[in-house]
Design a protein around this ligand. Structure first.
Ligand code: ATP
Ligand code: MG
Length: 466
């Protein structure tokens, strides 16, 4: 007889514990155990045994060479940015999870991907478990997609959804969202860890057995992890994060895990009343508000996947009025900035210990490319020394603890992007220049040490000094 019992599941590692603990015994994380009601005592059916009964042919292992090569395994959308983040198109039969903060635009993105799919002969099934079909139609109308050949289904029972999908055999299935669908066999509420996990595995089985490309959307929890349990990320093929700053209209689609492509790629979109518009040259957007004459403002280049993006770094250095100097960053690793401050203090003798330092990556972008180190140092020095950097200068380089400027990856792409956007003087690590092909009509200046840059700073200041 089935019996209801309570157990505790770790949101971080998915391990199950019979009683509540402050700390997970498996992964050591604190406050991650949450209560779940489960049914026990059900007779388990052996999957292999069931297979035999249903007279499916017994499984047989094959060699790699025996497996035929499939052409056209990726589906393309009219969103070039989306295709690139997916690794060159959507891999057929894969399961993709799109996570993001509530209201960031996940449903909008899914609707546009469905509407922009290249193959218009195939069936697309959009399951809305959060909104009515009228609301989805309203959105489609706003996006100019009301005539797109998309089948809509407003349903939350996953068994019904799977049945429909098996009957219709769509080329693309979208389930919006995984936290609102449920399996009636489980007693826990929709959105709970066990529901989300079991629903995802049921959808995974469908995607793999029927070869249906499936997208599921999920909310990000308070601590920033997608759809609650991390175990979900292991189940799916690709995890995309849709992020953005509420105060900015641009959105970034980031690949966190991809079994069929690079995980460094990002796609940049602009959100407006007509939906998402892809931005093929994000540097222009990020630099649109850059103005000469402000001290502490410097241009650097960060690589996001295979693409160089120019960003404006802003630093503010002011006298510390309280006992302990403040270090605050927005879009840059705070510990890395602290390290760079120590390098400036030790190698250039700049007294940072008595200064509050604030660093901001303009436009809300988050960067973790060490090639931005030199830009960060110059932005800090610029604010501290009241320098105003000329509009046409870009600083590229990783800084070591000795103050040496170390070579960076993809130097040619970075330089090309700077030249394309009209920057004329590019300060780069000398070591990176050995075999690099340099763009024409720009001055590329190789430097070895932060002291070299400091000594030559006069050459790169704006004529107009505040
Ligand atoms: N008429 C409009 N004009 C401009 N922007 C709009 C308009 N309607 C919606 N939006 C934008 O779309 C966003 C909501 O998009 P969407 O419903 O796709 O988000 P979501 O991530 O699916 O949200 P949820 O988490 O509630 O499912 C809003 O936050 C807003 O930025
Ligand atoms: Mg939504």
């Amino acid at each position: 007889m089935a019996k209801l019992t309570t157990q505790f599941i770790c949101q971080s590692c998915g391990s199950v514990s019979p009683k509540w603990n402050g700390k997970c015994n498996d992964c050591g994380e604190w406050n991650t155990l949450i209560e779940e009601v489960v049914e026990t005592g059900k007779k388990k059916v052996d999957a292999v045994h069931q297979n035999r009964i249903s007279s499916n042919p017994p499984v047989k292992a094959t060699t790699l060479a025996e497996i035929p090569r499939k052409e056209g395994e990726r589906m393309q959308t009219a969103f070039g940015e989306f295709n690139r983040v997916m690794g060159g198109g959507i891999m057929k039969g894969s399961l993709i999870l799109i996570g993001g903060d509530p209201g960031i635009g996940k449903s909008t993105l899914m609707m546009q991907v469905a509407g922009y799919l290249d193959s218009n002969k195939e069936t697309i099934l959009y399951v809305s478990a959060e909104e009515s079909v009228h609301q989805v139609r309203g959105r489609a109308e706003r996006l100019g997609l009301e005539k797109a050949p998309i089948l809509l289904l407003a349903e939350t029972n996953l068994n019904e959804i799977l049945l429909q999908a098996r009957n219709l055999k769509p080329a693309l299935l979208i389930i919006d969202s995984i936290q609102t669908v449920y399996l009636p066999d489980l007693s826990s509420a929709p959105g709970s860890v066990s529901q989300v996990r079991e629903c995802t595995s049921a959808v995974m089985t469908l995607a793999k057995t029927e070869h249906i490309t499936t997208f599921i959307t999920g909310h990000v929890t308070k601590d920033g992890s997608i759809a609650g349990p991390r175990v979900l990320e292991h189940l799916v093929d690709t995890v995309l994060q849709f992020e953005g700053d509420r105060n900015h209209h641009f959105r970034i689609l980031r690949s966190l895990k991809n079994r069929f492509g690079s995980t460094n790629e990002i796609g940049v979109f602009d959100m407006n009343s007509r939906g998402l518009r892809e931005i093929t040259n994000p540097s222009e957007l990020f630099l649109s508000e850059f103005s000469q004459g402000i001290t502490g403002s410097v241009i650097a280049v960060t690589m996001e996947g295979t693409r160089p993006i120019l960003v404006e770094l802003q630093a503010l250095v002011s006298n510390c009025n309280y006992g302990f100097p403040q270090r605050n960053t927005n879009g840059f690793d705070q510990r890395r900035m602290t390290m760079l401050l120590a390098v400036l203090e030790k190698r250039l003798g700049t007294p940072m210990g008595t200064q509050d330092v604030f660093l901001n990556v303009a436009s809300g972008l988050k960067i973790d490319d060490p090639a931005a180190d030199l830009g960060v140092c110059i932005a800090i020095l610029s604010s501290f020394r009241e320098w105003s950097i000329a509009r046409d200068v870009v600083f590229i380089g990783e800084i070591g603890l000795g103050g040496e400027i170390r070579s960076v990856s993809s130097i040619e792409q970075r330089l090309m992007e700077c030249a394309k956007l009209g920057f004329k003087r590019l300060i780069v690590p000398k070591a990176s220049l050995k075999e690099a092909e340099l763009p024409k009509n720009v001055e590329v200046i190789g430097v070895n040490h932060i002291q070299d840059v400091y000594n030559r700073m006069d050459e790169w200041l704006a004529d107009l000094q505040l």
